[in-house]
Design a protein around this ligand. Structure first.
Ligand SMILES: Nc1nc2c(ncn2[C@@H]2O[C@H](COP(=O)(O)OP(=O)(O)OP(=O)(O)O)[C@@H](O)[C@H]2O)c(=O)[nH]1
Ligand SMILES: [Mg+2]
Length: 306
């Protein structure tokens, strides 16, 4: 009887630690996560809560192990079958109350894992182009036209809520283009979680930014506001290359285009519309070729490849 009760405790400990450890191992080590994913994660679950939840699981395994070892020690000295059974039952009781207390932690981890799975998977050694701008200016349309991504497109603002990533052919390999939610011109401290993720993509992923501007009023926002956002991004990310592009040339009047060019104070602004694939692709690749950081990363990648 003694041997049987000892074995039962080994079994329960084995099952418990296998399951809880596999949950812990399914998460990356929080301190080693790339800052982009850390910020994304933090908009879902505060990083400290995540760390605590994982630490709670590990410590539940440790405590259960202690309970089992201690009970087994007492069990070896049990005089009667009834005493042995009682010791084993007492250990079960203590372990199950520890497991019950993990409920809220497991709930946090379940929710986090579900959302984390939706994060885009970025190859950091290959060039990343981020498409930014006000809502409704045509960012998702451009990303859909250029790449394999299929972001949602609609004629109303704030359609895009999550970051999506597509690939496009680039020399003998591929580049990545990232669609982010539209940004308004407002202080960083006032940005909501959706915008925070968009900013994280710019800050940590972008080798260059294509900044789309709608010179018509179709997007619903003034040109001044759009250009103010462009200037803010330049100020906040001085080391990132930003290429302004005028979109919707199919419906923009000559006046609207001239006005935008004047306000941008640039000699040559690429002008595209996402209905004209050939022209837009040509403009896109011309920009990519002129981007110093994209070309550097591409060269480095190709030099490393066998
Ligand atoms: N006429 C015209 N319409 C365009 C062009 N590009 C995009 N649109 C339209 O503009 C609307 C908004 O396009 P989206 O691609 O969803 O814009 P977005 O910038 O991703 O918008 P958010 O996700 O809300 O930030 C849609 O109705 C598109 O069909 C263009 O070049 N010409
Ligand atoms: Mg969009």
């Amino acid at each position: 009887v003694r041997e049987r009760e000892i074995a039962k405790l080994d079994l329960i400990l084995d099952q418990l630690s296998t399951r809880l450890n596999s949950v812990v191992k399914s998460f990356p080590t929080i301190d080693e996560i790339h800052p982009f994913y850390r910020i994304l994660a933090n908009t879902i679950v505060p990083i400290d809560d995540l760390k605590q939840a994982l630490a709670g699981l590990s410590s539940a395994v440790r405590i259960s192990e202690q309970i089992v070892r201690e009970s087994q020690r007492l069990l070896r000295r049990a005089k009667t079958p009834a005493e042995a059974r009682k010791l084993r039952e007492a250990a079960y009781g203590r372990i199950s109350s520890i497991v019950n207390r993990l409920k809220s932690r497991l709930e946090i981890l379940r929710k986090a894992a579900k959302e984390f799975r939706k994060f885009p998977s970025v190859t950091l050694s290959l060039p990343v182009i981020v498409v930014a701008g006000y809502p409704n200016v045509g960012k998702s349309s451009l990303v859909a036209l250029i790449s394999t991504a299929q972001p949602e497109i609609a004629e109303y603002p704030f359609t895009t809520k999550k970051i999506s990533l597509g690939h496009f052919p680039l020399n003998s390999t591929h580049g990545q283009i990232v669609d982010i939610p539209g940004l308004l011109d407002r202080p960083m401290s006032e940005r909501n979680p959706i915008e925070q993720r968009a900013i994280a993509a710019i800050q940590y992923l972008a080798d260059c930014i294509l900044f789309l501007i709608d010179p018509t009023l179709m997007c619903g926002y003034e040109l001044q506001s759009q250009i103010a956002l462009l200037n803010e991004l330049k100020e906040v990310f001085p080391s990132v290359e930003i290429f302004p592009i005028l979109n919707k040339s199919d419906i923009a009047s000559e006046d609207e285009i001239n006005r935008a060019q004047q306000m941008l104070d640039l000699e040559l602004v690429p002008i595209i519309n996402t209905l004209d694939r050939k022209h837009t692709e040509n403009q896109f690749y011309e920009i990519i070729r002129s981007s110093k950081f994209v070309q550097e990363k591409l060269k480095h990648f190709l030099d490393q490849s066998p």
